[in-house]
Design a protein around this ligand. Structure first.
Ligand SMILES: *Cc1c(COP(=O)(O)O)cnc(C)c1O
Length: 219
């Protein structure tokens, strides 16, 4: 009975969310920590893009679940683990160094694939280790063009964890401006459960939403 209610709530959450999304916005359902059964509920409702933040967990789910799912890596990537996702990952949102690009290139080539990547830019005012400072974006993009098995599709960013909506909006604006400046990029990945509406207003065309679909996570 419990399961029955949970299943329906995932599908309801998903359809409510999607009914309010503009056509241009694609939805990454962030399924980290969630069970294969929970992912399947979203799959059965038509969801095909799933985001995970741990490579091992994503690989296990990839093995178990339907093969037409697009797997997006949205967590920090350790170079030595790229090989475990290279055979199947569709897009990596969190590229933040040339060293990581080199390893993705090497593993993509081994698997005879082209892997789509986003550069993660540090837009939050708060202290965070992840993402490159915006002034390092141009050189990294230039360098990335030389890799035959990597396609840089766009930019990803996370706003500060704060209730201050104005600050969140300003941080998204910063990323949106960088995105507009690089008119050869297609994907602007920003916005999570708490701030995706602001992100869309500021131009996001890919959002990464977890708890609003699957409920709160118990770590
Ligand atoms: C967990 C996570 C999300 C989704 O967070 P929710 O608040 O549950 O929607 C989005 N992006 C990244 C990078 C995450 O790690």
């Amino acid at each position: 009975m419990c399961n029955f209610i949970a299943m329906n709530s995932i599908q309801n959450n998903l359809s409510t969310l999607k009914s309010n999304l503009p056509e241009r916005v694609s939805l990454v359902a962030v399924s980290k920590t969630k069970s294969e059964n929970e992912l399947l509920q979203a799959y059965d409702a038509g969801q095909r893009i799933f985001g995970e933040n741990k490579i091992q967990e994503m690989a296990t789910k990839f093995e178990a679940l339907p093969k037409d799912i697009e797997w997006h890596m949205i967590g920090h990537v350790q170079t030595n683990k790229v090989k475990y996702m290279a055979p199947f990952v569709d897009m990596i949102h969190t590229v933040d160094s040339i060293k990581l690009l080199k390893e993705i290139q090497k593993q993509a080539l081994k698997n005879d694939r082209v892997i789509k990547c986003l550069i993660q830019v540090r837009i939050a005012k708060e202290e965070t280790k992840f993402g490159i400072p915006s002034n390092e974006l141009d050189p990294l993009l230039k360098h990335a063009k030389s890799f035959s098995n990597i396609k840089i599709k766009g930019l990803m960013g996370m706003a500060s964890f704060t209730k201050n909506k104005k600050q969140i909006r300003n941080e998204f604006k910063l990323l949106a401006n960088l995105f507009k400046y690089h008119s050869d990029l297609q994907v602007l990945s920003m916005g999570m459960s708490g701030d995706y509406l602001i992100a869309i207003e500021e131009g996001a065309n890919m959002i990464r939403v977890g708890s609003k679909i699957f409920g709160e996570r118990n770590y």
